[in-house]
Design a protein around this ligand. Structure first.
Ligand SMILES: [Zn+2]
Length: 124
């Protein structure tokens, strides 16, 4: 038998939402409903181990959804680490490809390190 918790409905609405424009609101509503439940636990009974497990699964699910949504709504994906880039951290490399500033700096440092190594070992 599957227990029906108060936060189930907003949670299901979030995981079943297919419209990216509505998803942020659904995620917020589901998270809020779970927060309310967690708050209740602190004041009265602590809920069942089953519900606790269900909540931790639900929170992980919501986090995954949020990451997917962020990834979809980002137009830029880092050429180096393949992760989405927040607009404020977006840099273009020498080929005009989007990269994280930190990834780009690392790549340049690696390149410089390799080059100076090659210079020290001529004919290697
Ligand atoms: Zn990166």
């Amino acid at each position: 038998m599957k227990a029906d918790y108060g936060w189930n409905e907003p949670y299901r609405a979030a995981i079943l939402e297919t419209d990216d424009a509505k998803l942020p609101h659904r995620l917020k509503a589901a998270k809020a409903a779970i927060d309310v439940r967690l708050h209740q636990w602190q004041s009265d009974h602590g809920g069942t181990p089953e519900e606790r497990q269900a909540i931790s699964d639900a929170l992980a699910g919501l986090m995954g959804l949020r990451r997917e949504l962020e990834a979809r709504s980002q137009s830029a994906v880092c050429r180096i680490c393949k992760r989405p880039i927040p607009l404020e951290d977006c840099k273009l490399d020498e080929n005009g490809k989007a990269v994280h500033e930190s990834c780009y700096v690392e790549a340049v440092l690696r390149l410089v390190a390799n080059r100076s190594k090659a210079e020290q070992e001529p004919g290697a």
